[in-house]
Design a protein around this ligand. Structure first.
Ligand code: PMP
Length: 360
């Protein structure tokens, strides 16, 4: 007899890793994981190299240097920062600590997929709330909350829709939630936002005892392969995360790279300027070609082809030129493709391929 896991585990499909090869195609351009157009900052590459001879040493389990560097860069108290093996790990630890069997987790219908997957790992009932125009609906989220709800997740900006809630709406959400519900503001794409009425989450974390903000080095700092994320949380939540995380959950190379990335002069500014310009150009060009492009505040755009069949054909046309983007069937948007904003050359390739596809 096979040993059975908790039943909810079987409702999760095994993760199939980010595809990076197309048979028969030599030059691949990977625009499927929102990885940051410029790769890692040069100082981070140097820091990773410099760490190699020390690889026999366990890392600093309290991540002091990294937490201090994050705190200094973003004006936050290092004692309230927890680092993780990607922000995915921190999301999972929050669900492990505050969710579990018999609890409910509330999220937006097209919110980030890991909330659903991790919620199931933990045995939570996951409630997905319909959106308005692919944007989280605060009234809907509040109406979905029940006595067993312990966690509400909001990706702001959201992946894969690119949509955003202004600060006033996020505050309205928090104000409408019971105090025993943890609101997790996932701000993986915060740095890319250009709208002035936005706050990544720190204000609400400071103003309430039950809100957490998560951030990552995977996007703006181009360090997805290092697996480095962080959370800013009220002191009691920091205490709880300290109980559920592994003692050395972030490796030494990632920590050194993180410190160096934060010190790279002008990196965020340069990346944001590039992203804003090319997100605009890609959106305009695809719209002009007859594709519906949803407004995005992230480093990606959601291109809607109207039907699943047309999205599949567009995907095939992109792949024929070596361009890998993310099909959105798994997110319940089979008519759409999510395209990361890459370098100028990569964006130009996307524009040319999809313009030709639409006119062909
Ligand atoms: N949140 C959102 C909204 C994301 O899009 C991602 C990455 N796809 C993550 C969290 C996880 O990022 P990481 O684990 O690399 O920090």
């Amino acid at each position: 007899m096979t040993v059975m896991p908790r039943p909810s585990i079987l409702s999760v499909e095994p993760y199939v890793g980010g595809e990076s090869k197309i048979p028969g195609v030599n030059r691949i351009v990977k625009l499927s994981s929102n990885e940051g157009a410029f790769g890692p900052p040069p100082g981070a590459i140097e820091a990773i190299r410099a760490m190699a001879p020390e690889a026999h040493r366990y890392p600093d389990g309290s991540a002091t240097a990294l937490r201090e560097a994050i705190g200094a860069r973003f004006g936050l108290d290092p004692a309230r920062i927890v680092v993780g093996n990607g922000s995915d790990e921190l999301l999972a630890l929050l669900i492990l600590a505050y969710g579990g069997e018999g609890t409910e987790l509330v999220m937006s219908a097209h919110g980030f997929l890991m909330y659903d997957i991790t919620g199931r790992w933990a045995g939570c009932r996951v409630i997905k709330v319909p959106e308005r125009n692919l944007t989280a609906d605060v009234d809907g989220l509040l109406a979905a909350v029940g006595p067993r709800t312990r966690l509400v997740f909001l990706a702001n900006p959201n992946n894969p829709t690119g949509s955003i809630l202004p600060q006033a709406e996020v505050e309205r959400l928090r104000a409408g939630l019971r105090e025993d519900i943890l609101l997790v503001l996932d701000a993986a794409y915060a740095e890319y936002v250009t709208r002035p009425d936005y706050d990544a989450g720190a204000k609400l974390v400071d103003a309430t005892g039950n809100t957490v903000m998560t951030r990552t080095f995977s996007k703006i700092f181009g360090m997805g392969g290092m697996r480095l994320g962080w959370a800013y949380a009220p002191a009691p939540v920091v205490d709880i995360l300290g109980r559920v995380r592994g003692p050395f959950n972030v490796n030494a190379a990632a920590m050194a790279a993180g410190v160096a990335a934060l010190a790279e002069p002008g990196w965020i500014e340069k990346s944001v300027a590039h992203n804003t310009a090319w997100r605009g150009k890609v959106s305009e060009a695809l719209s002009a070609a007859g594709i519906r492009v949803w407004p995005s505040e992230g480093n990606f755009v959601l291109a809607d082809f109207g039907t699943a069949e047309k999205a599949r054909a567009a995907d095939a046309a992109l792949r024929a030129r070596g361009l890998i983007v993310r099909a959105m069937g798994g997110y319940g948007l089979p008519q759409a493709l999510r395209i990361t904003i890459g370098t100028a050359e990569e964006c130009t390739m996307v524009i040319e391929a999809l313009s030709a596809f639409m006119h062909g």
